[in-house]
Write a protein that binds this ligand. Sequence first.
Ligand code: NAD
Ligand code: ZN
Length: 366
Amino acid sequence: MNVADGRNGFLHFRRLLPPATFKAMKALVKETAASGFALKDVPVPAIRGDEVLIKVHRAGVCGTDVHIHEWDAWAQGRCRPPFTVGHEFAGEVAEVGTLVTDVKVGDRVTAEGHIVCGRCHLCRTGNGHVCPNTRIIGVDRDGCFAEYIAMPATNVWHLDDDIAFEIGGIHDPMGNAFHTALHGTELPGKTVLITGCGPIGIFAVGICHAAGASRVIASDVNPTRLALAKAMGAHDAVQPQDAAAAVHAATDGLGVDVVLEMSGVPAAIHQAFKLVRVGGRVQMLGIPSKPIDVDLATEIIFKGITVYGVVGRRMYETWIQMTQFLRSGQFDPKPVITHRFPLEDHAEAIRVIKAGEAGKVVFEIA
Ligand code: NAD
Ligand code: ZN
C-alpha cells in the first residue's frame, strides 16, 4: 500500500511529513465510524520541536479501547475516525524535537496520556488533571497501538532501569488506582472497601496494602477477578452480597473509613455510601453508563461523608507516588497482567476483556 496516498483515509498523517520522507509503521486504527479496529500501515508520525518520537515496546489495553472498538454512544459522541487507538504505553525515545532539552534518544519512558494546555486556571493552580482543554492520546489524537507515537516532551515520564517496559506500559491505569487510593485518604491504619476488581481495582488492593491500610475488603461479581484481588493482598475478596457482612465484621459494625468505588455499577455505588462509616470518604472512579438516582440526604449529607470524583492522574503528584511505591519494592503490579498479545491478535485481546477473563491485557509491540 502506498501510505503517502491520501485515498487511504490518512489525510491527517499526510500533512505531517513531506511525501519523500514517509516511513511506514504498523498501527491499530479506528478507521471508520463503525465497530472494529484495523491493523494498517500508516506513516510514522512527524514531531514538532517540543515533542519526542517514542518507539513503543508495550501498550496496555483499557476499557476505553473496548468502548471505541464497540463504537458505543460515548465513542460516537467523542471520537473522530480515522485515528490510531491506545493510550497506555512504554518504550524508548527514538527522536527528540529541536526544543527538547531533558529527554534524550534511547531514554526508557512512559507518558501521561492526557495532554493539557498548561495555561488555564486549573493548570495554573496545580489541577491540570481537570484541565478543560485536555486532549487524550488514542481518543482525541493518534495513540500508542503502533510502532511509534509522538508525545509532547512535558508528558514524558522516565522509567527506572529496573522497571520492565510492560510495567511502564500500565502506568496509566495504575496511576488511576494510585490517585483514587491515596488522594486525601490518609490510609495508614484505615479500613478500606474496594467495590469492583477490574484491573484498576486490583491495582488498588495492592496499593492500599502497601500504604498500610489495616484491612482491605474487595468485592466483585467475577471469581477470576476476586482471585486476583486476593493475590494482590486483599484480606477479604467477596461477592457484593457478602460485602456488608465483611465490613461489619472488620469494623465492629461501624463501616469502613474509605471506599474506593471502582465499578461504575449503580448497586455498588449505593453500597459504597451504605458501607462507609459516618464521616468517612468515598473515592469515585467508576463511571456509570447513565445518570443514577442518589438520595443525597441519607446517602451523603446526614452521613457527613466526603465524596471525591477521580479524573485520571494528578500531574504529577500521582506519577511521583507511583515511582516511589515501585522503588519501595512493597508494591508489585506484575500479577495484574494476565494476558499478552501481538498487535495482530487485537480481536482476541478485546474478546478476553469483554468476557471478564482478564486482569490487565498488554500488547507486545517491539
Ligand atoms: P472494569 O470496568 O472491568 O471493572 C469493573 C469491575 O466491576 C468488573 O470486574 C465487574 O465485574 C465489577 N462489578 C460489576 N458489578 C459489581 C458490583 N455490584 N459490585 C462490585 N463490583 C462489580 O475495569 P477498570 O478498567 O478497572 O475500570 C473501572 C472503572 O473505572 C470503570 O467504570 C471505568 O470506566 C472507570 N475509569 C475511570 C477513570 C477516571 O478517570 N475516573 C479512568 C479509568 C477508568
Ligand atoms: Zn489547562
